[in-house]
Design a protein. Structure first.
Length: 749
């Protein structure tokens, strides 16, 4: 690492550094706000310095952690971990810089920046640790920090903001009196749903440890054929990896645990960007990719088809089953959440649905790569596509979230239905958001095109070579999701930036009427008033918020120049940049790559043209595409209700709570409390009888004895005459009695 410093500093700097945030605040609030960016900037430089050391560390990377158990803490320096470390640290740094301006007027920034810095430290702990148990600790650090950050504004007392065109939920669990209650609910929901997946994941980790005897990724990979065959032979391989994958499903918001991520938008926008672009949701993709590499090691290397590893013998069916499951979950999530984004009216929630969809693409790619590997085909290109999409998505999704934060910051509303007409006020934000949206939609030459189209391409390759019809189903899901993506992307831009804004129109109308009332004598006053109104209109954010956007936009544009280097790093190849770049273009325009490329272009046109006609060209006209009744309205409501999955969970929860209430009324109140009350009444009656016995028998006897003793004492007092002759007489009488007794005992008498 840079300057020969120990590797563990990359993790320690953000984790322990978070504790010094309030200390910095003692000296200066500005220093406190910039402390996370400074510390993460140092960690970022260290992460970038790891590139030359991939696979060739210059120092010891392991330290004994728990000696009794033989557990070591070890830094993993392979292509996947180093690239993920660079991505996470760089995006965290840019988001922290953005936050210095975005949160400048918010309270309790100590808590905010502590959790933000610890969040980044948890992600770095996960991706750079070679110990699965320590990686899980980093995993849980992120879960805790996300809970605190999503519900950060828990003290807001104003009613929750509502969308006039939104649906009314009947479930009482979805109604909140204050925005603080809603924010707290969202944080709690994220924590509980992800913990469900984490519980399964921890069980899988412990089972894997039982069979492998280690938590080390490298040791698992080195001895993979041994434990793989053992676990596959007794049928434990698929259940174990499915348990671990459940953690990835929860953390990366895959179906059916995707319900927490749209509500995670309740926190500040910089938190949303951190969760979606840099940390948290990428963790599930990372852990799945990590085990794909491990499973590839178990399969052995193919040398011209002569060598067949244990994956193709003992564990073939197990590996195939697992990766089919991963691919299906990814494909369903990509399509399902994309359709949800088509009808959402909350700006950040649309981006959240797009994140879920793109994460589905990443999981689809990993699953496709695993199936290709299990079938004895080349899997590395599909694996590379997933890694590249992680990188490209991290950049353009951070760009979109941070830009949307500028819009929300300017208008003080989160609903796009309350926006519009911003293109003339926020031109810089408009440009960078278009760059992000085009990348999200997969329009060439932006970054999302090269990575997402490659995923669709290798899904097509699987469908063409795999006799199972599931391959074609996955390809159909991927293409259809691409069409939905460009539709909701254009819809977001059209409603937000184009067309009339009701608030802007009202503002100008009041301004014009105000201007007519002024005479020429008040012209100077009116000009000052006009200038004040100009400053109150929506405007682009300041430099601290815009500079990160410029950097992310620039990378999104030139990413195709960087990806050839990424290919060499991920696949550990030695091709030249020109060779890799030529290959990237060649696969798009030659058979068989041109087939999925052409189909994807058709899907983009099918989704993009209606989106443009409805929301940009027709932005000034009312949208009548969805009537009040009919089939299209039912489809719209179905998607608006998010396929009723979220409401189904709340329905179950409400039923559970209702059942517990009925139990309380019918069982607890009537039976348990009835027994308690009856026991109390019985005890009370028994106590009354015991009281009577105590008062009349025990106390009566005691009082009788006492009365007799007093009487005896009074009678004995009459014998106390006070005359010496009487006392001497009594004594002599007693002595006489004693003499007679002695004589009788001696036999004299």
């Amino acid at each position: 690492m840079l300057l020969g410093l120990p590797y563990w500093l990359i993790l320690v700097i953000p984790l322990l550094g978070s504790l010094f945030v309030p200390v910095a605040g003692r000296f200066s609030e500005r220093l406190r706000d910039w402390t996370p960016a400074i510390l993460m900037g140092i960690a970022m430089v260290f992460c970038w310095s790891l590139l030359p050391e991939i696979g060739h560390p210059t120092q010891t990377t392991s330290w004994m952690w728990i000696e009794v158990l033989g557990l070591e803490f070890e830094v993993l320096l392979d292509p996947l971990s180093v690239l993920m470390g660079i991505l996470a640290s760089t995006l965290c740094f840019l988001i922290y810089v953005y936050s210095t301006e975005y949160m400048a007027h918010e309270g309790d920034r100590n808590r905010f920046f502590i959790l933000m810095l610890a969040f980044g430290g948890g992600m770095l702990t996960l991706v750079l640790s070679n110990n699965l148990l320590i990686a899980f600790i980093g995993w849980e650090i992120m879960g805790f920090c996300s809970y605190g950050l999503i519900g950060f504004w828990n003290d807001k007392r104003n009613p929750p903001e509502t969308d006039p065109s939104d649906i009314d939920y009947k479930n009482p669990l979805l109604h909140f009196r204050t925005e603080g209650q809603y924010n707290t609910h969202c944080g709690t929901k994220a924590f509980i749903v992800t913990r469900i997946g984490d519980a399964f994941m921890l069980g899988g980790i412990l089972i894997l440890f039982v069979f492998t005897g280690t938590f080390s990724f490298t040791e698992m990979a080195a001895d993979a054929q041994s434990w793989w065959s053992t676990m596959a032979g007794i049928g434990m391989l698929v259940p174990t990896f499915l348990l671990i994958f459940m953690g990835a499903i929860g953390k990366s918001g895959q179906a059916p645990l995707q319900v927490w991520l749209p509500e995670a938008m309740a926190g500040p926008t910089s938190v949303s960007a951190l969760i979606h672009a840099a940390t948290m949701v990428k963790a599930g993709v990372y852990i799945t990719a990590r085990f794909l590499v491990t499973m590839a090691s178990a399969a052995g290397e193919h040398n011209g088809g002569d060598h067949i590893g244990v994956l193709q013998t003992v564990g073939f069916e197990a590996a195939l089953t697992f990766f089919i499951f991963v691919a299906i979950v990814g494909g369903i999530t990509a399509l399902m959440t994309a359709t949800m984004g088509m009808v959402s009216n909350e700006l950040k929630q649309i981006l959240a649905f797009s994140t879920l969809s793109q994460l589905g693409y990443m999981m689809l790619s990993l699953g496709v790569g695993g199936v290709l590997q299990a079938e004895g085909l080349h899997f590395t290109d599909a694996y590379l596509s997933s890694v590249m999409h992680v990188i490209s998505h991290g950049a353009f999704k951070a760009l979109l979230f941070l830009a949307s934060g500028g819009v929300i910051h300017a208008l003080h509303t989160k609903f796009i239905t309350k926006m519009g007409g911003l293109k003339q006020y926020m031109r810089k934000t408009l440009i960078v958001m278009w760059i992000g949206v085009l990348a999200l939609a997969g329009i060439p030459p932006f970054s999302g095109f090269w990575s997402k189209d490659s995923i669709i391409e290798y899904t097509y390759e699987l469908a063409a070579h795999w006799p199972n019809p599931i391959g074609w189903m996955l390809f159909f899901f991927a293409v259809l999701a691409a069409g939905c993506t460009i539709f909701y992307s254009i819809r977001l831009m059209g409603i937000t930036f184009y067309g009339p804004s009701k608030e802007t129109q009202d503002h100008h109308e009041s301004h014009d009427s105000h201007e007519e009332e002024h005479s020429e004598e008040n012209e100077e006053f009116h000009e000052e008033h006009q200038e004040e109104e100009h400053h109150s209109m929506p405007h682009d954010p300041g430099p601290a918020m815009m500079i990160p956007l410029y950097i992310l936009a620039a990378f999104t544009i030139i990413a195709f120049l960087v990806f050839p280097f990424v290919q060499n790093i991920v696949l550990e190849e030695s091709h030249t940049w020109a060779e890799n770049f030529a290959h990237m273009i060649e696969v798009k325009i030659t058979y068989p790559g041109i087939v999925p490329f052409g189909i994807t272009i058709i899907a983009l046109l099918a989704g993009g043209i209606p989106g443009y006609m409805m929301y940009i060209r027709g932005a000034d006209t009312p949208n009548t595409w969805v009537p009040e009744t009919g089939f299209r309205r039912r489809i719209h409501n179905f998607l608006k209700h998010r396929w009723y999955i979220n409401e189904f969970y709340y329905w179950i929860l409400n039923k559970f709570l209702s059942a517990t209430e009925r139990y309380r009324v019918n069982v607890d109140n009537k039976i348990i409390d009835g027994i308690d009350f009856k026991s109390a009444d019985t005890g009370k009656g028994l106590a009354t009888k015991l009281r009577w016995f105590d008062d009349n028998v025990v106390d009566g006897f005691a009082e009788g004895v006492s009365t007799y003793s007093v009487a005896a004492s009074e009678s004995s007092q009459s014998a106390q005459t006070g005359r010496v002759n009487d006392y001497v007489g009594v004594i002599m009488f007693g002595i006489g009695i004693l003499v007679i007794i002695v004589l009788l005992s001696l036999g004299v008498l």
